[in-house]
Design a binder for this molecule. Structure first.
Ligand SMILES: [Zn+2]
Ligand SMILES: [Zn+2]
Length: 276
């Protein structure tokens, strides 16, 4: 047994996965995907149709909005430029998604974040496979959005880091099964940090969020050389206005990253969501 498996076993013991559907509490077994019962899986808002070519949010079928290069782009991204190059998202942030996020962030169900990492990998699998076939390494490294020290102590973990770890575990597994060269990026959890504590964003409008997050992140100077000229995939749980993703991306680009991409579990509109 490798150290990684051992860590897994310990996590499993501390955060047991299985038995009950995380949304409705129905009895399930371990074979059910993402710790959700069949009913709740169908109730989640999976992003399968057309998406914004910039942030990855779902677009309504009737939506018609394009940027100069002819990409379909959501209203928010047409009115505001982003620092990240492109984003992907797995779910539209609705009631069920919110319940899952609340369980992960406030009810100590950190193991669920790993299930969410599975969702993220499944979302990206086609793209990863295509890149591998073409001999392209899509990203040099994965960086989870860091949480503030106070929140980290209170929660005991960074949910985005749990998601990123599982996402990369699945990617490494897929590499091993592939006949092509491995493409799995490295996980970097010490390069990007919070430079200060920030207020809760939940009640803020987009402009307030941007102000609250200005210079809230920093690159560790001792590790800055690692991102020089490298592409980064930033991983976060929820995307709403993009203020967090932009603040992180700006910091990484200023420190020398070549490009920043973004993968989020769930995304929603600017309707002042209850939590971020
Ligand atoms: Zn259920
Ligand atoms: Zn967008």
């Amino acid at each position: 047994m490798g150290l990684r498996d051992l860590t897994d076993e310990i996590t499993e013991a501390v955060f047991p996965s299985n038995i009950y559907c995380e949304v409705c509490g129905s009895l399930i077994d371990r074979s059910r995907p993402y710790a959700l019962c069949d009913k709740c899986v169908t109730r989640m808002h999976w992003i399968t149709g057309s998406t914004c070519g910039v942030c990855g949010k779902a677009l309504p079928d009737t939506y018609r909005g394009f940027d100069e290069s002819g990409r379909q782009v959501c209203y928010d991204c047409r009115t505001r430029a982003h620092y990240f190059t492109r984003g992907w998202s797995c779910l539209s942030y609705g009631l069920h998604e919110r319940e899952v996020m609340m369980a992960i962030k406030y009810n100590g169900k950190g193991y669920l974040a790993r299930k969410m990492g599975d969702i993220m990998f499944d979302r990206m699998e086609t793209l990863i496979e295509e890149a591998r076939r073409q001999g392209i390494k899509p990203f040099d490294m994965v960086i989870p959005v860091p949480v503030g020290q106070k929140r980290l102590v209170k929660r005991g973990y960074n949910q985005s880091e749990f998601m990123a770890r599982q996402f990369l575990r699945r990617w490494a597994d897929a590499d091993r099964e592939s006949e092509f060269d491995p493409t799995c990026p490295k996980l970097e959890t010490h390069i990007l940090g919070r430079s200060r504590e920030t207020a809760m964003l939940r009640s803020m409008n987009p402009e307030e969020r941007r102000l609250a997050l200005r210079d809230a992140f920093a690159v560790n100077p001792a590790l800055a050389h690692r991102i020089e000229g490298r592409s980064v995939l930033l991983i976060d749980d929820i995307y709403t206005t993009g203020a967090t993703a932009d603040s992180c991306s700006k910091t990484l680009l200023e420190a020398g990253a070549s490009e920043v991409y973004l993968l989020t579990l769930a995304s929603g509109g600017n309707r002042r969501p209850k939590d971020e």
